[in-house]
Design a protein around this ligand. Structure first.
Ligand SMILES: [Zn+2]
Ligand SMILES: [Zn+2]
Length: 145
């Protein structure tokens, strides 16, 4: 993904935010929690340092839900942050809040540029979901994140 600033918003547009600079990496995650949270085959994600992500308006509409480590595939707590008005999941806080994992669908970027570099939890990827060309595939969690 490109440097500079990319804006983003939820479906009702009450919450607006921006990310600054390049994502650390981009992922497609097929873990069971992402599948449930997205209502689809999983999440498409971009990982940032939390300081790269800033809310511009609507922070009063943000809700959080902690998915505790005994319920996550990784074994670590994940804090899901969503818009209380429209229900859009915006991002997850992980690594004790150090990293913010943004749902790329919420970004206003050219969606082509959010292409995942890796697919993770491929052991949970059903055969009817096509593989993405040119990604690194990991059966579970990707190591450096
Ligand atoms: Zn909203
Ligand atoms: Zn996941």
């Amino acid at each position: 993904m490109s440097g500079d600033i990319v804006t983003g918003k939820c479906a009702c547009e009450e919450v607006k935010f921006h990310v600054r600079g390049n994502a650390i990496t981009t992922l497609a995650c097929y873990c069971p929690q992402c599948r449930k949270a997205s209502g689809g085959s999983g999440h498409l994600l971009a990982i940032y340092d939390t300081e790269q992500v800033e809310v511009d308006s609507g922070s009063e509409h943000l809700g959080t839900f902690v998915i505790e480590g005994d319920k996550t595939t990784s074994g670590h707590d994940k804090v899901k942050v969503f818009c209380k008005e429209c229900g859009t999941t915006l991002w997850y806080k992980v690594n004790e809040g150090e990293r913010t994992v943004v749902i790329t669908a919420t970004l206003d970027a050219d969606y082509e540029k959010t292409k995942p570099q890796s697919e993770i939890f491929t052991r949970n990827q059903p055969s009817f979901i096509p593989r993405i060309d040119g990604t690194h595939r990991f059966e579970g969690m990707v190591a450096p994140v």
